[in-house]
Design a protein around this ligand. Sequence first.
Ligand SMILES: Cc1cc2nc3c(=O)[nH]c(=O)nc-3n(C[C@H](O)[C@H](O)[C@H](O)COP(=O)(O)OP(=O)(O)OC[C@H]3O[C@@H](n4cnc5c(N)ncnc54)[C@H](O)[C@@H]3O)c2cc1C
Length: 497
Amino acid sequence: MKVVVVGAGLGGLGTALRLQGAGHDVTVLEQMAAPGGRASQIVDGRYRWDTGPSLLTMPWVMEETFAAAGLDFHDEVELTALEPYYRIHWAGEDRHLDFTSDRDAMRDELAKFSGRDALAFDGFLDALRPIYEEGILAAGRRSFDSPLSLAAFLPTLVKLGAALPLHTFVSRHFEDERIREAMGFHSLFIGGDPFRVPAIYGALVYLQFLDGVHYAKGGVYSVVEAMARHLDVRCGVRVDRIEHRGGRVRGVVTGDGAVIDADVVVWNGDAVRLDALLGTRPQLRTRRTTMSALLLYLGTDRQFPQLLHHTLMVGSGYKRFIKDVTARRQMPANYSTYIHAPSRTEPGMAPDGGDSIAILLPVPNLRSGDVWDAAQTDAISEAVVRDLEETFGVAGLRDATVVEHRMTPADFRDRLGAVDGNAFAIEPTLHQSAAFRVPNRHPRVRGVYAVGGGSHPGAGVPGVLFGAEVTAGLITADHPRPAHGRGSAAPRAKVTT
Ligand SMILES: Cc1cc2nc3c(=O)[nH]c(=O)nc-3n(C[C@H](O)[C@H](O)[C@H](O)COP(=O)(O)OP(=O)(O)OC[C@H]3O[C@@H](n4cnc5c(N)ncnc54)[C@H](O)[C@@H]3O)c2cc1C
C-alpha cells in the first residue's frame, strides 16, 4: 500500500516509521528544506540551537516508536537524564525553586516557600497518578471517533477532579502562589492556559517525576535526524491539494503541479487546514488556536552561571501575563520566559566558553490579522534581553551576544503554515480535546488521516508520538496487512532536499 505523509514534524515522522515498520511503502513530503517542523535546528558557526522542543519526557514513547520500525532508539540517540530538571526564578524574589527527581530534596525546595506545601507534595502526586493513567495513557493512546466515546470517558475525569481548571486543581493542594504557579505551568509547553485547561494536564508534572526529564545529545534535532534517516523524506515539496474521488483519497498535488498517487494520505500540517486542502466542508466549528511565541536564539561569548540547562523566569503579574497572551491578545507589560542553555550538559553546542541560549516568550497569536513586523520584533527582543539583565540578574547578556536569530509569530505562520501563527496548534481546552479535537481519521474521505499537535491527543513530543501510534493503528486496522508482513525500516535511508 502506498502511503504519503505530508509534513515531517515529529508526528508525521513517527507515523511514517510505524507504517514502514508494518511493511507499507511510505514517502514523507516536507515543504521546508529539512525535516523536523517545530523541532528544527539552527546552526551558526559552532553555535547550535533546537528551534522548539527542548525538554524530553516519557522516553519510552520514543523507544516504542523506533521499536515499531524494528529499530533500537538507544542505538540511534544518546539520552542524558537531567538533574535538576529546571530552576524557576520569580521577579523580585531571592529564592528560587529547583525541580529535582529526589523526593526529599524536592520537599526541601518547596519548604523554602511553605512548610505546609512541602508536606502536601506527596498527596498532590498521588492525586495525579490516576489522572495520568486515565487522562494521558488510556485516553492518549486510543482514538475518539464520536462524542459518545467522550461521554463514556467524562465521568472518570470528573470523579478524579481532572475536568477542573488546572490552576484550581493545583490550588486545592498548595497555598503558596509561587508553588501553585510552579506546579501548574507545564501546560504552557503545549500552549495551554493553566487557568483554563483541564487538570488532565497536571499529569505533565507527574510524568516528569515518574520518568525524568531528558536531554538528547546533539539536541532534540538528533531525534528528528534519527527518524528521518530511516525514511524516504523529500524536502522542499509543498502539498497544495489532497485529491479524492468518490469519497476515497487518490493522492496529493504538489506546489509545482506534480501528482503523487497514494492509497493513504496522512496530514501532519496544521490540522485546521486539512479541509481546505481537501476542498471539503470544515469539520465541526471554528477551532481556537494557541498563543504564539517569540524565540530568540543567542550565541554568547561567555557563559551565564545563573542559567541552568532549563530555567524559567516568572515576571510579576503571572496571571495577567497569561491572560494578555491568550484571551486579551495584547503584548504583556511584564515578561515570563523559558530559557534553554544546552551547553551546560553538552559543551559542544557552543564554542568553548560560550553559550547557545534559546529564549521563549509566549506572545499573542495573529488571529485578528495583526502584523508582526521587523520593528516590533527588534523592540520586543531588546526589551526581553533588558528584562533578563535588570529583573533577573543575567547581567551583560546583550554585550556578550555575538550572533542572534529569531523566530516570530509571522514565521510560525509563513514557514510552518501554522494558522494564526500559533506555536502549539489548537488550544488543549476540554471542549477541543478527545472527540472534539481534529480526529485522526477523516470522517468523510476514506484514506485520509491526521497526526500532530492539532489532532488527537495533542501537542508535545510524547503527545504527537501517541498520535502517531493511534493514527498508524487506525490505518493498519482499515487496510489489510501487506502480504510480505512486517518490514524493516533500515534500507530506505534517504532525505532529499
Ligand atoms: C517553542 C516551542 C517549544 C516547545 N517545547 C516543547 C518541549 O520542551 N517538550 C515537548 O514535548 N514539546 C514541546 N513543544 C511542542 C512540540 O514541539 C510540538 O507539539 C511537536 O514538535 C509538533 O509536532 P507535529 O507532528 O505537530 O509537527 P510540526 O512540528 O507542526 O510539523 C509539521 C510539518 O508539516 C509541514 N507542512 C505543513 N504544511 C505542509 C504542506 N502543505 N506541504 C508539506 N509540508 C507541510 C511543516 O513545514 C512542518 O515541518 C514545543 C513547541 C514549540 C513551538
